[in-house]
Design a binder for this molecule. Sequence first.
Ligand code: BGC
Length: 741
Amino acid sequence: MTIRAQVEKLLAQMTPVEKAGQLTQYFYFRLPEGAEPVLDFDADEQPKMVESKLQEGVTGSLLFVTDPAEINRLQRLAVEGNRLGIPVLFGFDVIHGLRTIFPVPIAMAASWDPETIEAGQVVAAREARAVGIHWSFAPMVDIARDPRWGRIVEGAGEDPFLGAVVAAAQVRGFQGPELGAPERIIAGPKHLAGYGYALGGRDYDEVNLSDSELWNVVFPPFVAALEAGAANVMTGYMDLNGIPATGNRWLFTEVLRETWGFDGFVVSDANAVRNLLTHGFAADLTDAGARAVNAGVDMEMTIADAAYAQLPAALDSGATDVATIDASVRRILEAKIRLGLFDAPYVDEDRARQVLADPAHRDVARVAAQRSAVLLRNEGDLLPLDAAALSSVAVIGPLADSARDIIGPWVFDFDLDETVTVLDGIRARTGDAIRVEYARGVPVVQREFPSLFDMFGWNKPSDPEGFDEDAEFQRAVEYAGAADVAVVVVGEWQNMIGEMASRSSLELPGRQLDLLQAVVATGTPVVLLVMNGRPLDLRWAAANVPAILDIWYPGTQGGAAAANLLFGDVSPGGKLPFTWPRTVGQVPMVHTHTRSHEPENQARRYWDEASTPLFPFGYGLSYSRFDYTDLTVDQPTTTTDGTVTVSVEVTNSGAREADEVVQLYLHQRYGTASRPVRELKGFRRVTLAAGESRTLSFPVGPDERRYWNAAVREWVTDASIFDVWIGGDSTAELSTTFEIT
Ligand code: BGC
């Protein structure tokens, strides 16, 4: 029987209530004893309610179960419990790994390496599929230009070109060549669209986006994810230009399906259909359900009180119609069939255990952590450290030995025992040869308002029993003063970044800057490791600390990777996926701004602080040096449909093998709209041996030059003169031009 015929056969037997059930996805988790739910739901009753819905056959999908035995038990309730026995899809936020935790997504983007990113999601998919998860709510492809927004950590940063490459790589990793490929899962790019532009960086707040920004900046990563085959798309929580995204027919039908040709299924963000009431958009639950499904939202994700349970009533009243509901049900059933759920609804729990323990996964994670680190400063070539010349190292800072923090936010099924902290990594790397002393130095910092995830108990940081703040500070300074080198780890605790983790400042929380200053004042050379998912205010460090390495939240193997980088087993080669501001007052700040009145004063738009970044987009050093020469264009002039090839010679002029991310930026001098001063239009990460040169070529064709023109509301390719730069970051100086006639 064809898939189509299977779907139609099932559909023909289904009642409106069962159809509505297929379109409903429930959370399923149990909170620890005594935990206070941060969201508004009855934590005791909710799981029971879901179990009875499974048995009644009125649930299409569950989210948040990661234990294979639990998954099998719940699946059995669906398959054996009701008359049609349709298996449920298990979805989960497999954001940067399931058991093996990879660097957070912003870090993976900083690798500027699609192969590393794809390899990470292949492992994540393998682990997820082994435990019975069929679908990841990832990649988050929202462009983030305001680092106050906590979810900047989940995406690829500010740039649409980089964002598109990263999005496609993640989808390939999760889903493989086709839906249903073995050991792969559904990829669900999210959140269509514009969630990263929340007003003031405040999570969930409204978004007002210009037509130009929407098409030129926000949409490209979604388009790339869909072109890579993503079978699902998630909506966003917020109002987009005055219409809630989850009730936005233009977005989900005209753009997503009619313009982009998407034929997968759409899921709402959590409770976002019910939220159509909160927004003052829908009149009641029935109206909310009808308007969401009519807009093109196939499945509702909810914790309770499903609006889609009202779809039969909406059918009766004519608020929606059978064709709309059936189209959505078909999409869900088709996904289940393609994934093979009807043939194999259960997982092998023994095999799941083996897959989760596969040591090869840890290797992939370690390499990813090494490749995502960004070297921000290295005065006097302090790094790499020469282990043979050192007798002692002081490791300082509470984040230096926190297994929970090094794996970052948005993880639920981690293994802290096997997680390697920075301290563990340094100790393992140096062995007995070097004395390693550790002091936390400062207490952990608590949030003013709780995190969404603090209800899970393991999410909040804590100080060790009997922690004495003054004595500890003193100890840290003493250790640092007596050591040959101090490695200080600073940043944000992981519950300070992510969903519901926006901030009004970018300063180092707590007394971390005091500690850093006191350590630097000892005169011992200091290497600063930064653990973060957003740019932090590092102005003091950038002027006073010789070496700064951004390791992000590098995951399960993060400490091993950090040690390998510190001691030069490998050279850092990552680059910043966002513009790093000096201070919060500058945000949003992006490298793709347009040129305007008095451009000679671009760096002096504020009277109190330079209006330039602390570190530019695309920036990152290595333990070697790279020279760029012979920038050429194969033809000085071509027509609007022509492609020029831009080439450059890159030479590793340092003394050791290292990676460089070669970046191409483009600028259109004049045309039918003002275009950004520079736009990233090509990049490649290469490994060059000491002294090696390589010529790299990049096509610049109509795809690289076209843009959405808001005046005529269509894609245009202007005749113009173009400047092109190639170099190691967005301030590259080597340039040439070509003309389009
Ligand atoms: C987030 C989504 C996530 C969902 C399920 C929501 O609060 O916005 O990105 O996939 O929860 O965990």
